[in-house]
Design a protein around this ligand. Structure first.
Ligand SMILES: [Zn+2]
Length: 311
């Protein structure tokens, strides 16, 4: 018998989001709690309130996690932003309590699959999705299926003598093109004394500025804000060009908070990718925004649960 819902969870460094996903990929009963120090306790609390009232209608639990996952065993190898999950077998942990099928996937991979089944990638057979936020992640869909690979696009090196990255590499894409990088570069320039309207915010405490502040500054014509966003976009474009050369996708789908700065940051990325990717491959790719936003990970994780679940 087909169950009415699958629970989709997005387990991130800041928040844990959970909801019921219908077979038509509608997201209902959305819930959100801060991840905090004990993410497993928060996860159990959210699952209890979604699962308990309708256990017989639940056909599985899909979990998207920020980190490297052991998808075969439903575990987390390492999660830099949620260290409490390092080495935790989420499936084993949850199967004891909930008699249903559990799937565990990396959050960016799950989001790519969400866009495939219900979003901007619905009619696209081959695409690379890049998540642009605090860090940079990715997911790859080939022939309508999610590739079961790490797709750590943010840790692709774009600079042979670049800055050291906590992952062990140097010059990683996310050190130049993420929101963290954009804020860090702005703060460094302000510390150096560069003139900018960013200094007028937060009573001059520029350590509080966000990527949105920098985007607003750029829209108001602030040269520093514009330069920083364009430079970050250029770095992103180098990464996009490599993804185009590797996978010859039909599309590159961009998602995450930074796509709000599409007309400056993404525009610079597109120009750089056009210069660097192989012409024949660039000529057939479109670079487009995601359509599901924050719900993509929950939907994708839910759809990765074996169906029908026989547990
Ligand atoms: Zn790295």
């Amino acid at each position: 018998m087909t169950k009415r819902y699958v629970i989709g969870v997005d387990l991130g460094g800041t928040n844990i989001r959970a909801s019921l996903i219908t077979s038509e990929n509608e997201v209902v009963e959305k819930m959100k709690e801060p991840t905090g120090k004990d993410p497993l306790a928060v996860l159990h609390k959210l699952l209890d309130s979604l699962y308990a009232p309708r256990a017989e209608e639940i056909g599985g639990i899909g979990i998207a996690v920020a980190g490297l996952v052991d998808r075969e065993n439903g575990g987390v190898f390492v999660s830099p932003n949620i260290p409490a999950l390092n080495g935790v077998n989420l499936a084993a942990e949850l199967e004891e309590k909930y008699a249903t099928c559990i799937a565990v996937e990396n959050d960016a991979n799950a989001a790519a699959y969400g866009e495939k089944v219900a979003g901007a990638g619905r009619n696209i057979g081959n695409f690379v999705m890049i998540t642009l936020g605090t860090g940079i992640g990715g997911g790859i869909v080939i022939r309508n299926e999610l590739l079961p690979v790490a797709a750590e696009i943010g840790h692709m090196s774009i600079n042979v003598d670049g800055r050291p990255c906590p992952c062990g590499n140097v010059g990683c894409l996310e050190l130049y093109a993420s929101a963290t990088a954009i804020i860090g570069n702005a703060v460094a320039e302000l510390e150096r004394g560069t003139t900018s309207i960013l200094k007028e915010l937060y009573n001059g405490n520029f350590y509080k500025i966000s990527a949105e502040d920098i985007y607003r500054g750029a829209l108001e014509g602030d040269p520093l804000s514009r330069t920083i966003l364009r430079e970050a976009g250029k770095s992103l474009g180098i990464g996009i060009a490599s993804m185009i050369n590797l996978f010859s996708p039909d599309a590159v789908i961009l998602t995450g908070g930074l796509i709000g700065a599409w007309n400056i940051y993404v525009d610079a990325a597109i120009k750089e990718a056009a210069k660097r990717a192989m012409k024949e491959l660039y000529g057939r790719v479109k670079i487009i925004p995601s359509s599901l936003g924050d719900d993509a990970g929950m939907i994708g994780a839910a759809r990765l649960v074996p169906h029908p679940c026989t547990k």
